[in-house]
Structure formats: structure tokens, C-alpha cells
Design a protein around this ligand. Structure first.
Ligand SMILES: Nc1ncnc2c1ncn2[C@@H]1O[C@H](COP(=O)(O)OP(=O)(O)OP(=O)(O)O)[C@@H](O)[C@H]1O
Ligand SMILES: C[C@@](O)(CCO)CC(=O)[O-]
Ligand SMILES: [Mg+2]
Length: 420
């Protein structure tokens, strides 16, 4: 793999967003939750400058000491000693001389982790100084946590190598569709695929899945990134983004769900931006105030998620007709929404989506951390297109954005291509 890097090839990774059918927040306290990957991805591209650049520039200078060439040489050398991060979705670009990264984070760089490690509060402070050297507009300040997560993952996996990283996403950011997990998973995947620890066929131009061991490692690193962004994540978002498909997570234990239900969901983005870390903190504070009551709420969610999982699960003992399964799922979604409201993570915009869809006899619940963001509405298989059009039009009139995403698709994938 390292020989590939010396040729300056581009390594790309993509990781999907997710919807949570049941169990957000309660999953942080060990209750079961059910999640599915959606076909909207975050893409990361990494390009390492070829080390031959310096030699080339020196020989050009030697041949002709023209001013333009001297200038060209300086720019060339400079870009080969820089780590840059372009975040296209938010229009921000960051760059650090690798020398600056080395002098600030020498401890992380000089002792590369053989297994995943958590970012200590001391290292977090040092990384924060590197991020604060760039001015981020107040309206985009929440991006800083993502940049800290990037620097932690990058320096832990790649050390202080110069590189250019570009991130872009099809997901709305900070809206409950797991943009932070897709960001961390695609970054970890691309960083590991560019390291010696992963062996892939880089002559292929297709999207490739990592082997089981590498996939696990990418998921573990992504979890470390999510910790920086979410504070106390359950791991469900990074796990479903890495693995794809449909999963149940309960006390950290993963079950893959096979389903033959259509499970078509209308996703309504209320466009109310929220921050998952703040919402997790507010649930933790409510739990501190009412420990027994909140434990009962989380237990009720656990039952809902397990019942939902066995309802949608393809199995010989599950012989209900699709319509009956859909009715069960709808009722479970409504019950879960009631408990999310009880946890204090609903929002006026979410309630508007729920009451609007209810007029069409459709059931909805928030997805992800709540507080705004996205809402799911189950579209039963036999629902007429005219009802979907009517409910969508009414939601759009409220200023919301509606779309239908494919559910249960692929997880993290890697692609090689495009030499410099
Ligand atoms: N494409 C991206 N570019 C830059 N930063 C990103 C990107 N995607 C996610 N992030 C980081 O993740 C943060 C949003 O994460 P947050 O957990 O609050 O929302 P979410 O993951 O979309 O929703 P949920 O956690 O409820 O599913 C952003 O503020 C930013 O720090
Ligand atoms: C709110 C939460 O349960 C889901 C966010 O998508 C947080 C987590 O599980 O990490
Ligand atoms: Mg998130």
C-alpha cells in the first residue's frame, strides 16, 4: 500500500447516513435501538503529495534560475509540507504546516497507536489550539468539533504526513441523519485505507468493502471521532454507517436484521438545526433529576425496539401480513415518539410534522437526537401516490423539506483512483 502512496494516488471513502426506527437516546443507557443505513453518503478524498516533488523542483531550479521557477519552487515545496482539510458543505478550509502539527502533537505522532485510543483531555486542548488558529465564523462554530475529531483521527492514523483532504456530503448536517457518524466513518475508512494496516486491491476502480477486521477497526476509530462530536455516543450511528443494512444495538451488542418489509419512509427535514451533544446532555440532566422515572422510560423504549425488531425481522415464526406488520410498526413509532417527548427532545417543528401527517392517518416520529432535525413517516406499501403528494405538499408549505431515501443499503466503501 505504501508504494501506492508514493505515486500520489487519490484514496476515496464513502459512508452512509442513517435513520433510527426506534430507540434513540435510550440506547445511550443500554436500551435496544433499531437503525438502518440510507442511500445518502459523505465522501472523503485523501491525496498525499508524491515525495519526488522536492527533487523535481530542485533539479528545475538547477537548470534555470528564473524568478518564476523560484516562485513555483516555493509554492511547490510549501504545499508538500502542509496538511489541508477542505469542508465543502460548510465552505471552510483549514491548513497547518506539518511542522506545526509535529511540535504541538509530538506525543501522539511519536507513539502511533496500534489499537484505537481515546483522545485525552490534554491532547484535546492541544488540538483545540490548532483549530483556534483558524477563525471560524460564529454561525459555523459547531464545525470546530468536527475539525478536532479530524485532527485526532488523522494524527493517530497517519501521524504528521502532509496531505490534502476534501470532505463533501449528500446529508443535511446536524439534522438527525447521522452526518457526524458518516463523517467519522468515511474519514477513518479513507485514513486506514491509505495506511499500511489495510490491504486492498488498489488497481480496482470499483467501490470496495473492507475486510471484516479492517471494517471493525474503521468502526472503532469512527467511534473515537463520534465521542469528540457527541460527547457520550452509544455507537449505533457509526456502526450502522460502517456496516450498512438494518441493525439492532443493545448494550453494545450488535444484531443484524434481515427484513422483507418495504419500510418506505418519508423523511421531513424541519430545517431546525440542533446539536446532538447538547441534546444528549439535556437527557442526562433530566435523568440525574429523575433517575428512577427515566430508567422506566428507557426500559419502555427497550421493549418497543425489541418488539419493532421482531416485527420487521424475516423469520418463520413471523407470519403476519405486511399490512398488519405496518400497523404494528406505526403504533410502536407513535409510542416511541411519546417517550422521546417525555425525555424532552421533541420540538414544536417536530410536533407540526406529526399533526400534519396524522391528518392523513400516517404515523411519525423524530429520528436521531431530536430538538428539530428530521422526522420519519411510515408510508404503507398500499398508500396511494396522491396521498403522498398531498401530505408532502402540506409539509413543504410549512417550510419543511421532504424526501424519500433508500433504506438498508451499503456501509463504508473505498475507491482508489486519479493520480496527481
Ligand atoms: N460533511 C461535514 N463536514 C464538516 N463537518 C461535518 C460534516 N458532517 C458532520 N460534521 C460534523 O458533525 C456535526 C453534526 O453532528 P451532530 O451529531 O450534531 O448531527 P447529526 O450527526 O447530523 O445528527 P444525529 O447525531 O442526531 O444523527 C457538525 O456540526 C460537524 O462538526
Ligand atoms: C441521540 C443518539 O441516541 C442518536 C443520535 O443519532 C445518540 C447516540 O446514540 O450516540
Ligand atoms: Mg451525530
Amino acid at each position: 500500500m505504501s508504494s501506492m502512496l508514493t505515486r500520489g494516488m487519490e484514496v476515496k471513502a464513502r459512508a452512509p447516513g442513517k435513520i433510527i426506527l426506534s430507540g434513540e437516546h435510550a440506547v445511550v443507557y443500554g436500551s435496544a435501538a433499531v437503525a438502518a443505513a440510507i442511500d445518502l453518503y459523505t465522501y472523503v478524498s485523501i491525496t498525499f503529495p508524491p515525495p519526488s516533488r522536492n527533487a523535481l523542483a530542485v533539479s528545475l531550479l538547477y537548470l534555470e534560475s528564473h524568478f518564476f521557477l523560484v516562485y513555483f519552487f516555493l509554492v511547490w515545496i510549501d504545499s508538500s509540507e502542509i496538511l489541508s482539510l477542505q469542508l465543502r458543505d460548510v465552505g471552510l478550509e483549514f491548513s497547518w504546516p506539518t511542522k506545526r502539527i509535529r511540535e504541538t502533537l509530538s506525543q501522539t505522532i511519536d507513539s502511533p497507536a496500534s489499537a484505537t485510543t481515546s483522545c485525552s483531555s490534554e491532547t484535546m486542548k492541544l488540538i483545540t489550539t490548532l483549530v483556534e488558529e483558524h477563525s471560524i465564523p460564529e454561525s459555523k462554530i459547531e464545525i470546530a468539533a468536527g475539525v478536532v475529531a479530524f485532527l485526532w483521527l488523522y494524527t493517530s492514523i497517519q501521524g504528521d504526513k502532509p496531505a490534502r483532504i476534501v470532505v463533501s456530503s449528500e446529508l443535511p448536517l446536524a439534522s438527525g441523519l447521522g452526518s457526524s457518524a458518516a463523517y467519522c466513518v468515511s474519514l477513518s475508512g479513507a485514513l486506514l485505507a491509505s495506511s499500511d494496516s489495510v490491504n486492498l486491491d488498489f488497481s480496482s476502480e470499483d467501490w470496495l468493502s473492507l475486510g471484516e477486521k479492517e471494517q471493525k477497526l474503521a468502526n472503532e476509530w469512527a467511534f473515537e471521532g463520534e465521542k469528540i462530536i457527541h460527547g457520550k455516543p452509544s455507537g449505533i450511528d457509526n456502526t450502522v454507517s460502517t456496516m450498512g443494512n438494518l441493525i439492532k444495538l443493545e448494550s453494545g451488542a450488535l444484531t443484524s436484521i434481515k427484513s422483507n418489509m418495504p419500510l418506505k419512509m418519508l423523511i421531513t427535514d424541519t430545517r431546525v438545526s440542533r446539536n446532538t451533544k447538547a441534546l444528549i446532555t439535556s437527557v442526562a440532566e433530566r435523568r440525574d433529576r429523575h433517575p428512577d422515572t427515566m430508567t422506566s422510560v428507557f426500559t419502555a423504549v427497550d421493549y418497543i425496539s425489541n418488539e419493532l425488531a421482531s416485527t420487521i425481522q424475516l423469520s418463520s415464526s413471523n407470519d403476519l401480513a405486511v399490512v398488519e406488520k405496518e400497523e404494528k410498526v406505526e403504533e410502536l413509532m407513535e409510542m416511541n415518539q411519546g417517550l422521546l417527548q417525555c425525555m424532552g427532545v421533541s420540538h414544536a417543528s417536530i410536533e407540526t410534522v406529526i399533526s400534519t401527517t396524522h391528518k392523513y392517518k400516517l404515523s411519525s416520529k423524530l429520528t436521531g437526537a431530536g430538538g428539530g432535525g428530521c422526522v420519519l413517516t411510515l408510508l404503507p406499501a398500499l398508500l396511494s401516490a396522491s396521498v403522498v403528494d398531498a401530505v408532502t405538499a402540506e409539509l413543504q408549505q410549512c417550510g419543511f423539506r421532504c424526501f424519500i431515501a433508500g433504506i438498508g443499503g451499503k456501509g463504508l466503501e473505498i475507491r482508489f483512483g486519479g493520480r496527481l
